[in-house]
Design a protein around this ligand. Structure first.
Ligand SMILES: [Zn+2]
Ligand SMILES: [Zn+2]
Length: 314
């Protein structure tokens, strides 16, 4: 008799646990690219699942979605993406009726949150004033917004606001995660600023515009971008211009990206004294955990530091 009661109690407990597990794990978050997954992981609570659409090694500029990825979209509750200038393959889907309601375009949010930010979070905005920098985040067409740490923070705020609207969201935990991220990112940003001081005289060249916002944020000089549109090969005239800038540059350093063919770079730098380094705007090798975004910032700084003559790889 007693054993039966215990068995009944156990089965009730199991049922309850299963049920609440299902309810809690109900928020399935999908991000277009890995760096956005890293940002979501800084904010999301343990009951939320996070995954990424564009697989390792693929470029969001020319990705075409597989049927299984399409099913992941259907199964998701919230979708974060940068915007139509970045993940062009998602344009029609994420602005359409099926997914539009659960899609958050971070580039748009970034642009119009500049102003509400100062008024709504007036008391937490002092960190922005302290670290005010020369470039204007609202401007510019460059869609690689996640490489700029302050834009990343604004995106994290949007992510917090979005996830706080979910049923059963643990708002204090989401807020605490955001504040922890803010503190560690600001510390990392200052550390990187110091690390990059000696790079003031170095002329950086990038494969495409992905590095631009990072360089602007930390006052680095990008003197050339090899291809203006990463989906196309650059024209002969543009290559000639880049070669001429390389020839006249002070310690030129080419920052290549693993998604693109390095041999092609070699051919245009033949006969020139150029340093090479590789960085990954898609954070492929960064561990997907709450510390991942800060590690990603450092990984970009590390790649740029390899441009220094004493660290150089020719
Ligand atoms: Zn890109
Ligand atoms: Zn910035």
């Amino acid at each position: 008799m007693r054993a039966q009661i215990i068995a009944l109690a156990l089965s009730l407990t199991t049922t309850t646990l299963l049920y609440s597990d299902n309810t809690l794990a109900d928020t399935r978050i999908l991000t277009s690219i890995k760096p956005l997954e890293l940002l979501v992981r800084t904010i999301a609570t343990e009951d939320m699942q996070v995954s990424t659409l564009v697989p390792p090694g693929a470029s969001p500029h020319n990705y075409s979605m597989t049927p299984s990825k399409r099913r992941e979209l259907e199964d998701s509750d919230v979708i974060f993406w940068a915007g139509p200038k970045m993940e062009t393959f998602l344009n029609r889907l994420l602005t359409g009726s099926e997914f539009g309601g659960r899609s958050i375009m971070l580039m748009e949010h970034d642009e119009d949150s500049e102003h509400d930010e100062d008024s709504e979070h007036a008391d937490s905005a002092d960190s922005h004033d302290e670290h005010s920098h020369e470039h204007d985040h609202g401007d510019g067409e460059d869609p690689h917004i996640w490489v700029d740490p302050h834009m990343a923070l604004t995106m994290a705020e949007t992510i917090r606001d979005t996830l706080a609207q979910r049923n059963m969201a643990d708002k204090p935990a989401l807020d605490a995660n955001l504040e922890a991220f803010r503190a560690s990112l600001i510390a990392k940003e200052q550390q990187i600023r110091t690390q990059l001081e000696p790079l003031r005289d170095t002329s950086l060249f990038a494969y495409h515009s992905a590095l631009t916002r990072f360089a602007e944020h930390y006052n680095l000089n990008i003197e050339g971008v090899l291809t203006l549109n990463p989906e196309l090969s650059p024209g002969a005239r543009h290559i000639a211009e880049v070669q001429s800038s390389l020839r006249n540059a002070n310690h030129p350093c080419l920052l290549t990206e693993p998604q693109f063919n390095r041999q092609w770079w070699r051919s245009i730098t033949t006969g020139l004294d150029v340093t090479f380094s590789t960085w990954d705007p898609l954070a492929t090798d960064i561990t997907a955990n709450p510390e991942g975004y800060v590690a990603f910032q450092q990984s970009i700084a590390d790649a740029v530091l390899k441009c220094l003559p004493e660290n150089a790889e020719h």
